[in-house]
Each structure stands twice: as structure tokens, then as C-alpha cells.
Design a protein. Structure first.
Length: 301
């Protein structure tokens, strides 16, 4: 009998949760950037091997809520650690433990499931310093295991997978063997567009944007080749932001679209005809209606 189970990935913003999940799956499902709060949704991906199946639940970085969108993100993280078989807590390599990580530790201490501490970004430090960081975290909480890795380089990720399976029980698969995510293609496409905006735009704007797929239709061209026609709208909070997103002569919006199309074509495995539009919805992050309308809603609420 093979093993199977659900594993939540938690941690502060920018510790590499989405990078780790993408690395294990071998395909970009969760978007990444150097800006905090990149991930907003719970994202489930599925890893299947000869040993069994792991369903990973990636979560938004643990933050203090400042608006309705923040409330959603906090709720998404809280619900992710319920009904899982194992929790991976990702941290950066440091012997200084800030208030954010201390708050996470206090929450995880009450968990009834094992917690594995994953010290990420091993490629940025001296290997001899790892033991110092491990000792620092041991002082604030007891862990089932501590595993240092580099999600970016893939270093020691195979060992982490072995550790995960050691805590899972024998059971049936939850998804077909060829499934890699439960996210619909529309949502992944929207997130890939948002990722390019996060990477290309100034610091303050990306937090106030959302992306909505208006049209996503598959058709055959006259030559018989398949192509997806996608119309998507980037939502921003201010008129001044709209101008920056579009850019001089529409060049910024064009660049966002070009970069996003490449990744969407890889994901869809076919050609994509992508058209982007920009709309202003003032202070949408403070609107329950708009936050839910743009796809951010907790299933348990």
C-alpha cells in the first residue's frame, strides 16, 4: 500500500514557499517574486511518485491584516493548517528570530500534527552556519524534524520529500496520478499575469492589483493549429496607477502581456492570443464584494 496525505506549507512572506512547491512539482503553478504577499490564495499541488502521493497546500505569507484582502489571506493560511497530516514551516537562515516568526511558532505549538522546520536558502550561507540557525529555532519550539534546503537550487529537496513521506500514513490517492494541481487554468493564467506585473511595476502598485480572466476560449485556426484566445483585465486602485501599468505608448502593458503569454503557453501547451486591459476599482481591497468577486474567498466561510 502506498502513502498519501496533505501537507501545508506556511511561513512569512518571501521565504520561498511557492518556489519550493514549484520545485517539487517540476512546473510553475504558484507565482513568485521578490515582493511580499505574492501568493494570495491557497494553492494545492499534487506530487505523485512510486512511494505515494503528497498534496501540498501553499499559503499566503503570514501577515498582519490591513484590509479585506488581508483578512482573506490570513483566513486562507489559518484554514490551510486544519485537517492536514503535516506542516512545513519555511524560514530563512538566521539566528535572529523576529516577532513574525515567534507569532507563527505560538500558533504552531497548538497544532495536533507534526511540524517540520525547513530552513530555506541554503545556497546563500556557509554550510557550517546551519547548525547555529537550527539551534536558535529549537529554543522556541520542538520540531518533528529540521531540514535545511535550497528551493531555488533544488539542494536537499529530495531528502525533504523522504522526510515528508515518513510522516504520512498508507492510504489511497486523492487525485489521478497525472494531476499536478486542483487550480483551474483560468486562475493559473490570471496569477501568471499578476506575477509579471509584480516583477515589472514599482513597489507600491502591485499590492493594489488583481487580474480577472474575462474570456478564455479554445479554437482551431485555418491551418488546424489550436490556440487559446484570452482577454484579461488588470484591476488597480487609482487612476495614476492605471497610467503606470499601461506605460508610455502602452509599452509596459505590452511587456506584461508578452512575458505572461510565454508562461501561459507553457502551461497550456499551445499557442495563446492574449489581450490585456486595465480598469480602476477604487480601494477594491477594502470591499468584501470586490475581494470575493476577484476570486479571493475562503471555502470555510
Amino acid at each position: 500500500m502506498k502513502k498519501s496525505g496533505f501537507v501545508a506549507i506556511v511561513g512569512r512572506p518571501n521565504v520561498g514557499k511557492s518556489t519550493l512547491m514549484n520545485r517539487i512539482i517540476g512546473q510553475k503553478i504558484a507565482i513568485t517574486s521578490k515582493k511580499p504577499q505574492t501568493t494570495r490564495n491557497q494553492i494545492r499541488t499534487v506530487y505523485t511518485s512510486d512511494e505515494g502521493q503528497i498534496v501540498f497546500v501553499d499559503t499566503p505569507g503570514v501577515i498582519k491584516s490591513k484590509n479585506k484582502l488581508g483578512d482573506y489571506m490570513v483566513g486562507a493560511t489559518s484554514s490551510a493548517v486544519k485537517d492536514v497530516d503535516l506542516i512545513l514551516w519555511l524560514v530563512e537562515p538566521s539566528d535572529y528570530i523576529g516577532e513574525g516568526d515567534k507569532a507563527i511558532a505560538e500558533k504552531l505549538k497548538n497544532s495536533k500534527v507534526p511540524v517540520v522546520l525547513v530552513i530555506n536558502k541554503l545556497d546563500t550561507i556557509k554550510k557550517s552556519d546551519v547548525i547555529i540557525f537550527m539551534d536558535a529555532y529549537r529554543k522556541i519550539m520542538d520540531f518533528a524534524e529540521i531540514v535545511p534546503i535550497s528551493a531555488f537550487k533544488g539542494e536537499n529537496v529530495d531528502e525533504l520529500i523522504k522526510v515528508i513521506f515518513s510522516y504520512l500514513k498508507e492510504g489511497p490517492y486523492f487525485f489521478d496520478e497525472d494531476t499536478i494541481t486542483d487550480q483551474p487554468s483560468r486562475q493559473i493564467a490570471a496569477e501568471l499575469i499578476r506575477e509579471k506585473a509584480l516583477r515589472l511595476l514599482d513597489k507600491e502598485i502591485p499590492h493594489g492589483i488583481a487580474v480577472v480572466i474575462d474570456v478564455m476560449q479554445y479554437r482551431k485556426t485555418s491551418s488546424g493549429q489550436g490556440i487559446y484566445d484570452i482577454d484579461a483585465t488588470i484591476i488597480c486602485e487609482r487612476d495614476s496607477h492605471k497610467g503606470i501599468i499601461i506605460g508610455k505608448g502602452g509599452q509596459m502593458l505590452k511587456k506584461i502581456g508578452q512575458d505572461a503569454r510565454i508562461d501561459i503557453e507553457k502551461m497550456m501547451e499551445t499557442k495563446v492570443n492574449l489581450h490585456l486591459f486595465v480598469k480602476v476599482k477604487n480601494n477594491w481591497r477594502d470591499s468584501d464584494y470586490l475581494v470575493k468577486n476577484f476570486g479571493y474567498k475562503n471555502d470555510d466561510k
